[in-house]
Ligand binder design. Structure first.
Ligand code: NOJ
Length: 764
């Protein structure tokens, strides 16, 4: 069966669009295909990359650095498409090393057979895919999972996704996306861990461990590829692909730590970002790729370009032509050229002419071959095709464990922002409930912007989730009200009628999934279309409102936050989103998500983030201080914030020792008590401030967190340890220092408030 399922996200569709302008297969064919000198037996075995390297022709070496997409142009979401024929002879000639976007055990096996049995050296193909938050079972988007502050849960999600993807022929995921950002206009915030390097590092570690397990060679595991190295989250104006200017302290302190963590967790590859950083596009940035990544961070694995980024060196105005682009990228340390065809067209000639040394080419090839050995491709290049159960390889029945995990993940990642007078949880015996809004009965958008082979039909809508909770006595009314992005208000009257008839109106509003993710930047972060007008209409009519926001980023919705009594930020929650939201609405689950990003009041406040520096004139320091004259400087909701159906209080922060030497550790603890009526989970957070230092340091930095479950009235003493890793910081040149002086700490439930104390680090 030479077909495969591929649900294309927007990014792949963007890539497919660019294929029209540059036909990669014809580019690859532009070179003479050197056919095999002698026929070789099928399935050869090699001991290691050196043995193989010694036998390879120049063209075969270059072939290992060439990655192509298996997707033809114009593929629609969820379409089943035949394999691209034009790549088969190239695979046979050893001119392609890895393929992305091709899925399905039978489908990848068919291609693998050509590589292994029909090519001269039989080097297997490595199949990669963006398994970002699920393969077929789609979990909440990564930003939502970061809101769970639950690395153990993320690890389980990654492990489950790896197993699903691996069963469909995938060995390598282009994930996790670990780009910290301060700019929610940037649509790719949805794919990442949010604004904080400490939380991002914890997430990075969890994703890598989950994908890879003890060894990514083991069955059911994938090799990870943290991306996009580096500082992609700093694109100017939040506009995707835009220029990045980043200070050295920000590079070391903000953008590099999650990569460091992912590498320490064993990630064998890294994807270089599209963007130009301080004047050098990443595909030609040897300082960042060779010096910082390899020497400073000790990375030994494969560096992969982003989609066509090597070819885009020409558009950046850095390379004069494709030959020049190939030369610069290889010199800079890009091992694999994803989809631009520039390596395929030029590298062999550049080596023959002595412009690029064969030794340099060999280094890159060696790394790719090593990865193939490590992944276990030489021992086991094929994927076991499941015995037909009558439904085929792409059965619609998703495993129950996956659905349960997706439901738990969605429950934990939803953030309760407001709950005046304990309106929530709702009773299941209400006389009438109205469910209103353009996202209430929506399936497709709940999958989020990057959902691999996920199907909209797998999604439980919010309306379905609520319906399943209510007793037969409750009247359930539904009205869409308006479109997500339209101008029409023709549905308002029906929505108003429904809301007025009901005891409570649950209004599900937000973004369409295409409004975030790659190329999904927005300049204004309010609710699109007429949605806020709809909420205002219902509010002004006196309806009791619970608003649920589904989006790929935090939205600036001050009017809603000020007026409606109950508000959830539910992100794009995945296939079990509807059930999870209903669990939370009706008290079958207790909210425990905390914001992984600051929620702005207005787009004009961006960048707004909790771990900013103090400035010489902080807000409140006098008439000439660092404030806006037209809006407050404070956020709508701070980083780390999130309510529960119970309440937690913090007291009695204790510092084990008031003074520690440089290089020493200190233990801190505080009591947290559940003073409400229900059992709940709280994410206890530890923040630090270095009071006087040689570089200006943040007013607060997250340095620890822990989830605790407490029954009503129960208390726990939560303890953290701070050592040099948490107390130090990088100077401009990358040197890591712990400086003597005074430090303040807080233990609390968000980046504001908490129980506080001090200690000293002494020079002697
Ligand atoms: C472009 C995106 O930037 C990257 O994240 C992704 O892995 C590749 N396309 C492949 O789909």
């Amino acid at each position: 069966m030479d077909v495969f399922c591929l649900s294309l996200g927007k990014a792949q569709a963007i890539g497919a669009f660019f294929l029209v302008s540059l036909n990669l297969a014809s580019l690859l064919f532009a070179q003479e295909v050197h056919s095999s000198p002698t026929a070789m037996p099928a399935r050869r075995s090699y001991h290691n990359e050196e043995e193989l390297l010694a036998r390879m022709t120049l063209e075969e070496k270059v072939g290992q650095l060439v990655q192509v997409s298996g997707v033809p142009e114009n593929v629609e979401l969820g379409e089943t498409v035949p394999l691209k024929e034009e790549y088969k002879p190239l695979i046979r000639a050893g001119r392609i090393g890895s393929i992305l976007n091709l899925t399905g055990a039978e489908n990848t096996n068919a291609i693998q057979r050509i590589a292994v049995e029909e090519s001269r050296l039989g080097i297997p193909i490595l199949f990669g895919l963006d398994v970002i938050h699920g393969y077929r079972t789609i979990f909440p988007i990564p930003l939502a999972l970061a809101a769970s502050w639950d690395p153990g849960l993320v690890e389980q999600v990654a492990a489950f996704s790896a197993e699903e993807a691996r069963a469909h022929g995938i060995r390598w995921t282009f994930a996790p996306m670990v780009d910290v950002t301060h700019d929610p206009r940037w649509g790719r915030i949805a794919e990442g861990p949010g604004e904080d390097p400490f939380l991002a590092s914890a997430m990075a570690r969890a994703w890598v461990r989950g994908f890879q397990g003890e060894s990514f060679r083991s069955p059911g595991r994938l090799a990870a590829c943290p991306k996009h190295f580096v500082a992609y989250g700093a694109v100017e104006g939040g506009r995707d692909y835009n220029t990045v200017s980043v200070s050295l302290p920000a590079l070391w302190e903000l953008y590099l730590p999650p990569f460091e963590e992912a590498i320490a967790a064993g990630a064998p590859s890294v994807m270089a970002a599209f963007v130009s950083v301080n004047g050098r596009p990443m595909a030609s940035n040897s300082w960042l790729l060779r010096h910082v990544l390899r020497q400073e961070l000790g990375f030994r694995g494969v560096v992969l370009s982003d989609w066509k980024a090597v070819g885009e060196l020409i558009t950046h105005g850095i390379a004069s032509n494709s030959r020049d682009a190939a030369r610069q990228a290889l010199l800079a340390g890009v091992d694999v050229d994803m989809e631009s065809g520039v390596y395929a067209a030029n590298l062999a000639e550049l080596v023959r002419e002595g412009v690029v040394s064969e030794g340099l080419l060999d280094e890159a090839v060696r790394r790719v071959l090593r990865l193939k050995f490590e992944v276990g491709l030489f021992d086991n290049p094929y994927t076991i095709v499941p015995r037909s159960n009558g439904e085929g390889e792409h059965s619609n029945a998703l495993p129950r464990e996956g659905r349960e995990l997706a439901r738990l993940a969605a429950q934990r990642s939803v953030v309760l922002l407001k709950n005046d007078n304990n309106l929530l949880p709702l009773s299941k015996d209400l006389h009438s409930v109205a469910v209103i809004g353009p996202l209430a009965a929506d399936q497709e958008n709940l999958l989020g912007p990057w959902h691999a082979c996920g199907h909209p039909s797998d999604v439980v809508t919010v309306l379905e989730g609520i319906r399943a909770k209510l007793s037969s006595k409750t009247k359930l009314l539904y009205a869409k009200g308006c479109d997500i992005n339209g101008e029409s208000t023709s549905g308002f009257a029906e929505a108003l009628r429904a809301a007025k008839e009901a005891e409570v109106a649950i209004v599900v509003v937000g973004e369409a999934s295409w409004m975030s993710g790659e190329a999904g930047s927005r300049a204004s972060l309010g609710l699109p279309g007429k949605q806020e007008e709809l909420v205002r209409l219902l509010y002004e009519a006196g309806c009791r409102l619970v608003v649920i926001v589904l989006s790929g980023r935090p939205l600036a919705i001050p009017w809603i936050a000020d007026h409606v009594p109950a508000l959830f930020q539910a992100w794009f929650p995945g296939i079990e989103g509807g059930n999870a939201i209903a669990d939370l609405l009706f008290g079958d689950a207790i909210p425990s998500g905390k914001l992984p990003v600051t929620v702005p009041r207005s787009t004009g406040q961006i960048p707004i983030y909790y771990n900013h520096e103090n400035t010489g004139r902080p807000p409140g320091s006098g008439p000439f201080s660092s404030v806006y004259i037209d809006i407050p400087t404070t956020p709508l909701f701070p980083f780390g914030y999130g309510l529960s159906y119970t309440r937690f209080v913090y007291r009695d922060l204790q510092v084990e020792r008031s003074s520690i030497p440089v290089g020493g550790t200190v233990r801190l603890s505080a009591w947290v008590q559940n003073v409400g009526q229900r059992t709940g989970e709280e994410v206890v957070q530890l923040y630090l401030r270095d009071m006087v230092s040689s570089l200006t340091r943040p007013v607060r930095e997250l340095k620890g967190f822990r989830r605790v479950r407490l029954a009503p009235g129960q208390s726990a003493r939560v303890e953290f340890t701070l050592g040099p890793k948490e107390l130090g910081f990088h100077l401009e040149d990358g040197r890591f220092v712990v400086e003597p002086g005074k430090y303040q700490v807080w233990i609390g439930g968000s980046s504001e408030g908490g129980a506080s104390g001090f200690f000293e680090v002494s020079a002697s």
